[in-house]
Design a protein around this ligand. Structure first.
Ligand code: SF4
Length: 506
């Protein structure tokens, strides 16, 4: 599933990636802009390393997002399923074993970069890493490469400087999933967040259009803007600029429509920005032709329902409203998004350092209010992770079930229960793209089984969170177990599908 459906490889005959993860495409563009020849830089996936690496290879750069499974979603799912290694950690370790073997044979240098490098500090020797590169690539990564090639001694840890927006070159290799970055950094200053530690900038429209056009020309049907908040585009600090946002969507649409692009979507949006720029939210919905049958699913930070926690850890997020207005901002902002066919994934945090049972009760109350208002979207709890470089890092701990009160468990359950109900409502819409009726039936059955299993899982956690220990004993990588689950799914779900079909035809 992972290799063939979620991450299919698209390579040319030399093992060069035809579509690259966005961060790697940016690094390649930075090297070429700094004078390296494109023939001397190659982006390739892990399983092609043996084909691509040889005696001429001088530097092997590795991009990583979550090498030890400590990113918030991975950590949360680990805690909720009783521990074990994440697929991200497993893949990284497999990759580094291979890299160490090749390094021994050819003697190249290994540089690791990307948003997950904070997880690798102190583990460099274990993985055979020569340099950990932290931060933006455009200014300092080409300098580092030149130094290594020139035989100079380089430090083990390099922090890349913040790059002025007009010195960020557009990508040359199309990005996977049609990604195009439109902003870097965020001015809201939440204490648990890494992007806010970068100075906020909007990427020049010309660069955005060139990247969008490249992705569209090479087959992307959706252009996805990468941003911490799409409505920050063109803003000066927190003074938003609705006209810049509308122009961004209108010009991008003009640049890509002849290639058959169906949607211009985005990764994140902030509810307070949405309430300030209602007009721009409607504009984005209209230009994309969003509807009940064709919604989008941005990610949104709810974080907590307690104004005390808001004031202490993320008081910039409700701006121009105050921390005590946050529950209102969440409810009204969510309604606005839903009215414009944006069904967000609202994430909230369990485990702020001094959160009290009362704070968790406020969060559960806010979730209940959203549910009463008919909120369409997921409400997803995340255990707090002290991400390296954030303001909260030194004061926070990795949270587990042992450290949280029963009220926090109830807040987690409230979010999951709603998310399961919403998944049940939305998955037929998501599956419409599957044209093959047999595949659709199989996927339908698997999702039905998965949602049933999740409902049981959440019910058992509500009774006693220690139950997760027994979940951790299931080895889903074992082929026999996987086959057993698939067979049981088909047997148990078949009558249900049949019943649904009969109900539909009558
Ligand atoms: S609003 Fe989002 S991106 Fe901005 S600082 Fe807060 S968590 Fe980070």
């Amino acid at each position: 599933m992972e290799y063939h459906i979620l991450a299919p490889r698209t390579l040319d005959e030399n093992g060069r990636a035809l579509y690259a993860p966005y961060g790697l495409a940016k690094v390649e563009a930075a090297l070429v802009a700094a004078g390296f020849r494109i023939e001397d830089v190659i982006i390739t996936p892990p399983e092609k390393l043996e084909k691509v690496v040889d005696k001429d290879t001088e530097i092997l750069g590795i991009h990583t997002v979550d090498p030890q499974g400590l990113a918030p979603v991975s950590w949360t799912l680990r805690v909720m399923t009783g521990g074990g290694k994440t697929c991200t950690a497993l893949e990284f370790e497999k990759l580094m074993e291979k890299v160490k073997r090749l390094k021994k044979r050819y003697g190249f240098r290994v540089v690791v970069g990307g948003p997950g490098v904070w997880q690798l500090r102190g583990r460099e020797d274990r993985f055979g890493i020569d340099v950990v590169y932290d931060g933006e690539a455009e200014l300092d990564f080409p300098l580092l490469v030149k130094k290594i090639l020139g035989g100079e001694k380089v430090p083990r840890y390099v922090a890349g400087r913040i790059v002025p927006p007009d010195e960020i070159p557009p990508i040359i290799t199309p990005s996977r999933n049609g990604l195009v970055q439109i902003t870097r950094g965020c001015p809201r200053g939440c204490q648990f967040c890494k992007p806010t530690t970068f100075f906020f900038r909007s990427i020049p429209l010309d660069t955005v259009l060139r990247e969008a056009e490249l992705n569209a020309r090479t087959g992307a049907k959706v252009i996805e803007f990468v941003t911490e908040d799409v409505l920050l585009y063109g803003a000066k600090g927190l003074h938003l600029n609705g006209e810049a946002v509308k122009k961004l969507f209108a010009e991008t649409y003009k640049a890509v429509k002849s290639y058959g692009v169906e949607q211009i979507t985005f990764s994140h949006i902030t509810l307070s920005s949405a309430l300030v720029l209602k007009d721009a939210v409607r504009f984005i919905s209209d230009i994309n032709g969003l509807s009940e049958k064709s919604p989008i699913f941005p990610q949104v930070g709810l974080e907590s329902g307690s104004p005390r926690i808001v004031a202490k850890y993320f008081r910039g997020k409700p701006y121009p409203w105050k921390p005590e207005d946050w529950p209102w901002v969440v409810v009204e902002g969510s309604k606005l998004l839903n009215d414009n066919y944006m069904y967000p994934c609202l994430t909230y945090i369990i485990g702020f350092p001094d959160a009290t049972p009362e704070d968790y009760v406020r969060t559960t109350e806010l979730i209940d209010r959203l549910v009463e208002e008919g909120f369409r979207g997921w409400i997803y709890p995340l255990f707090l992770v002290p991400i390296g470089g954030t303001r909260i890092e030194k004061r926070a701990e990795f949270m587990t079930w042992e450290e949280i009160p029963q009220e926090a468990v109830e807040a987690i359950v409230a979010g999951w229960e709603h998310s399961i109900r919403f998944s049940e409502y939305i998955y037929p819409v998501l599956l419409r793209g599957l044209k093959n009726p047999l595949i659709r039936k199989i996927v339908n059955a698997l999702i039905g089984e998965a949602l049933d299993a999740m409902r049981t899982w959440i019910r058992r956690i509500k009774e006693d969170p220690r139950i997760v220990k027994s979940f951790s004993e299931i080895n889903i990588r074992d082929k026999k177990t996987a086959l057993k689950i698939m067979t049981r799914t088909m047997v148990t779900q078949a009558p249900r599908i049949l019943k649904r079909r009969i109900a539909a035809s009558t």
